[in-house]
Write a protein that binds this ligand. Structure first.
Ligand code: PEP
Length: 251
């Protein structure tokens, strides 16, 4: 069915040397473990060295953001094509930190999703509600807006090559994880949205990761849920031991 997919979002952490060292450690620990797809997303300037360190391994290297244009007068930005040329094969799009601090909107997420596919990068599209939105009963409305906004211009073939990450903002970096039931409820809802946008087959094929304070001691309960296919991991992806334990959640 859907192969588990664990991705580490290193955020703005680790120098080139530290990133390569972590990548090599992850390669040693899980490089031969093919029950789970594994990805790491370093800072973009660290990415080429990490890609080089992981060359020939099964571990996927991705970026944390892209600009939607291919090239041009966009000072400080990096395009999907340039990241692909630097060794990326995946990209995280619409992370809540980008929505919160850098003006990411459903519209820019949509453009970036198309740009990722244009360059052949596998996108992980993040969706998820803030605490106030959950508390006021708007979780489904927010998640619907994120999913419909992201996929609005994406055809079925490209949607099939996309991963969704449900990341409740209140659980990111806080140590508070959604309970497996809370996460499952939203994951199942996301599948109904995908079924409405495309069809049941696609909804059952696309992988949906959970993200938000995933740790070795809570990953198993989350992964036991029928609609949770993996995790997007921040803090716990910065250490070999914790990330490897998450990848090998099944023992
Ligand atoms: C994230 O950054 O996507 C994330 C889920 O972070 P953390 O695991 O630290 O909550």
């Amino acid at each position: 069915m859907r192969k588990p997919f664990m991705a580490g979002n290193w955020k703005m952490n680790l120098s080139v040397e530290e990133g390569v060292s972590l990548a090599l450690g992850i390669k040693d620990a899980v490089g031969d473990y093919d029950a789970v797809d594994v990805a790491v997303a370093p800072v973009s300037v660290v990415l080429p060295a990490v890609a080089q360190a992981l060359k020939g391994s099964r571990i996927i290297v991705g970026a944390q953001n892209i600009h939607w244009e291919q090239k041009g007068a966009f000072t400080g930005e990096v395009s999907a094509e340039i990241l692909a040329s630097a060794g990326a094969s995946m990209v995280i799009i619409g992370h809540s930190e980008r929505r919160q601090f850098f003006g990411e909107t459903n519209e820019t997420v949509q453009k970036k999703l198309l740009a990722a596919h244009r360059a052949g990068l596998h996108p992980i599209v993040c969706v998820g509600e803030q605490l106030s939105e959950r508390e006021s009963g708007r979780t489904q409305a927010v998640v619907r807006g994120h999913v419909q906004g992201a996929f609005a211009a994406v055809d079925r073939a490209l949607a099939l090559k996309t991963t969704v990450a449900y990341e409740p903002v209140w659980a990111i970096g806080t140590g508070v994880t959604a309970t497996p039931d809370q996460a499952q409820e939203v994951h199942a809802f996301i599948r109904t949205l995908l079924a409405d946008l495309y069809d049941d087959d696609l909804a059952q094929t696309v992988r949906i990761q959970y993200g938000g304070s995933v740790k070795p001691d809570n990953v198993k309960g989350l992964m036991q849920q029928p609609d949770i296919d993996g995790a997007l991991v921040g803090g716990a992806s910065l250490k070999v031991d914790s990330f490897a334990a998450i990848v090998k959640f099944n023992g």
